[in-house]
Design a protein. Sequence first.
Length: 288
Amino acid sequence: MLHGRWKYAFCLAWLIANSQLLRAEDGPRDPVLTLDFGDAKVAYKRSELLQRPDLEHIEVAADASYPGRKMSYQAVPAAKLFANQKISPQAVIQFQCLDGFSAPISKERLLNSDPRQSIAYIAIESPDAPWPGVKAGGPSAGPFYLVWPQPKLSQIGPEEWPFQLVGFSLRENLRQLYPAIFPVEPASAEVQQGFTSFTKNCFPCHTMNRQGAGEVGPDLNVPYGPTEYLNRRSLRRLIRNPQDLRYYAKSRMSAFPKSSLSDEELNHLIAYLAHMTKHKVATTAKHH
Ligand code: HEC
């Protein structure tokens, strides 16, 4: 029999592990994908999306969420959903997912319709033909999932396939949205490059100075940044493969092997993290 306290810890772990599943089961029968333009919102119901004249049947041979499987989807080109919107050159588009994963995504890539480059599609899971679990026994990538039939054309990375999408939001620019994540001048070219790499690779899950929409992992600067409490070797090891530093079966942090983050990029990233420890933004703790 489980001892009281362990029973509690076990239940909590179980709840966390299954919260997505529970949410998916409790979710509305006709889920919506929301495009938030700040002053206006457009909500697309699944049933409406599945009726659109621009719905296509697509095949995805190298699917980031279903490795080794050839997938086929009913999908709408992402650009079509944004077609009637004025989008300024500095505007930033962010995606949001059910589990709190959220990040800016290149709007040039998301809205591209030139067939010589990768084209993004919003795949829609039909209730009659559910997709397999992303992990065995877990929930699928649906109801909405951003896929790229030809990812190689624009070298689309694994973090550019957000699944269990809730929607997208558009803001004037990233600095307006999150001023405290930017390097503070004077900042070296390495720090600037590290910042770019941070927004692409880490910001989907971690906040910086408590700014950002990623709520999967801890803040990477306050109260302490990782360069303040981990030596460089341990930090590199953790980023390359978190399980290599501390084993944790339920870890949700991705590994960043050299194929997705070069040694040089890793150096820049660490330079940025170290730089930010000198520019902490004092914010009061959020109480829930
Ligand atoms: C898919 C989400 C995800 C991504 C992407 C991600 N992390 Fe994490 N990270 C986590 C989670 C969750 C934890 C908490 C421990 C765990 O689950 O492994 C964590 C833990 C950490 C820690 C340890 C914090 C501590 O004090 O224990 C550091 C440092 C870290 N991440 C840095 C990074 C950096 C740098 C990047 C980008 C290269 C990154 N992470 C990308 C989810 C993520």
